[in-house]
Ligand binder design. Structure first.
Ligand code: CP
Ligand code: NVA
Length: 298
């Protein structure tokens, strides 16, 4: 039984298989594409808000021939304290796959272990694997192989999005630089586990120097709202703007997983100057996740 629970420990060859099949899936959309989820019903269990992930999975499951039900975790007995291990054993007897967005990584892992159906992490506090596979596909679609390239992440370097980047770097052999205040950098333990060519620094200029891509995410992730004021103050110097982008390669891409907060992690002008890349990145969630589900069904 295959799952996509995290990029941590995922072999580069498996990532490559998904990435390499995404272009064909994108090209064939609506033109006699394969239906690997034919006659299947998939459940999406979400505890946190979502626009892109929800819509791209709902559309993608249908386009692959399946039916989909969206379940707000708070409307389920889960929200009243039913354990995830019981929810997993019930759903596993009824549906054919699950896409889960929640807080604890252990919940997604427990669901996968007990449901006996393909399970996808659609964002936890630890990782956002579908996002980063999409981002790498988007980079390669625009610029060719990411191997040997330099990706610079600016902002909250310790949340789910940069942590998935950390685990992709060794597997796909690119340099990752994280520019963040010390307390918002990945832990030494995580970096040691990931291996790879990763530099964490408070020197944002050095981190962006000659980068092939500069990437950011929100400063206040879902679930961190109580820390908002403190985070906005501490991360204020870590904004992607035109002045910073002058240090990157002249054709450097700017990406943002979205939603974006202009004037915080990125300024309005830089966001709009790179909007084509950023919204292609958002669209590519659909194509990459169809490749992920096709890989799981194979
Ligand atoms: N980037 C991303 O996962 O967006 P949503 O939170 O809207 O799904
Ligand atoms: N780090 C962000 C990603 C949103 C897609 C969050 O967890 O809220």
């Amino acid at each position: 039984m295959k799952h996509l629970l995290k990029l941590e420990g995922m072999p580069g060859a498996a990532m490559r298989e998904i990435l390499d099949s995404t272009s064909a899936i994108k090209a064939k959309r609506g033109a006699g594409e394969a239906k690997p989820l034919d006659a299947q019903t998939w459940a999406m269990i979400f505890t946190k808000s979502s626009t892109r992930t929800r819509v791209s999975f709902e559309v993608g499951i249908r386009e692959l021939g399946g039916s989909v039900m969206f379940l707000n975790a708070n409307d389920m007995q889960l929200g009243r304290g039913e354990p995830i291990k019981d929810t997993a054993r019930v759903l596993g007897r009824m549906v054919h796959g699950a896409v889960i967005r929640t807080y604890a990584q252990t919940d997604v892992e427990e669901f996968a272990a007990l449901s006996n159906i393909p399970t996808i992490n659609a964002l936890t506090d630890d990782e956002h694997p579908c996002q980063i596979l999409t981002d790498i596909f988007t980079f390669e679609e625009a610029r060719g192989p990411i191997q040997g390239g330099v990706v610079t992440y600016v902002g909250d370097g310790a949340c789910n999005v940069p942590l998935s980047w950390v685990h992709a770097a060794a597997a796909l052999d690119f340099e990752l630089r994280i520019a963040a205040p010390k307390e918002f950098q990945p832990s030494a333990e995580t970096l040691a586990k990931a291996g790879g060519n990763i530099v964490c620094t408070e020197d944002i200029q050095a981190a962006v120097d000659q980068a092939d891509m500069v990437y950011t995410d929100v400063w206040v992730s879902m679930g961190m709202e109580a820390e908002a004021e403190d985070r906005l103050a501490k991360l204020a110097g870590y904004q992607i703007n035109a002045e910073l982008m002058r240090l990157a390669k002249p054709d450097a891409l700017v990406m943002h997983c979205l939603p974006a907060y202009r004037g915080k992690e990125i300024d309005e002008d830089t966001f709009e100057a790179h909007a084509n890349t950023i919204f292609t990145q958002a669209e590519n969630r659909l194509h990459t996740q169809k490749a992920i589900m096709t890989w799981l069904a194979g």
